[in-house]
Design a protein around this ligand. Structure first.
Ligand code: SME
Length: 157
């Protein structure tokens, strides 16, 4: 199986709109995170694993996720790609996780990863973490859409 070809065209604007519409009436943070994870996992075929970590103190704690259970349910700030994105307060895209020494493995099939911080002002509330079984699966379009979703989530958690 090729892992270079995109599996299907994604309408990023439609995904963003769906998340915006679905989250609007939700006031419970767990429900909001769960719904966002479900929409992202369902609508984007390349998103093999989708989860949200919340930052409590200096530790990222895994909340709602879709995909195989991860061994990394608690990640200290600064560890892994997740910890790096939270420490740097910036989105990180890794095209080939096998070439990134920071990577904490979740599944042997994972090839690429994007981590998008959920910010409120200068504070990190958490982050959206997505793995793909396809190398270099994440583009500027994914980053832009996911940063909008992170902004929507920051109002709910
Ligand atoms: N790969 C992440 C760990 C989380 S799992 O992918 C779900 C990292 O390197 O921080």
């Amino acid at each position: 199986m090729s892992n270079s070809a995109r599996t299907a065209a994604v309408d990023y604007a439609a995904v963003e709109q769906e998340v915006r519409r679905e989250l609007a009436p939700i006031t419970d943070s767990q429900q909001a995170m769960t719904r966002a994870v479900e929409i992202l996992k369902t609508r984007v075929p390349d998103y093999t694993w989708v989860g949200i970590y919340q930052l409590f103190g200096n530790e990222l704690v895994l909340g709602p996720f879709r995909g195989k259970p991860s061994p990394h349910t608690h990640i200290p700030l600064g560890r892994g790609i997740c910890g790096a994105a939270a420490a740097e307060k910036a989105t990180i895209i890794v095209d080939d996780v096998n070439n990134d020494p920071r990577y904490l493995a979740c599944s042997v099939e994972t090839r690429s990863e994007i981590v998008v911080p959920i910010m409120r002002g200068c504070d990190v509330l958490g982050e959206i973490d997505i793995d793909s079984d396809r190398a270099a699966a994440f583009t500027a379009e994914d980053q832009r859409m996911l940063e909008v979703v992170a902004g929507l989530l920051s109002e709910k958690i």
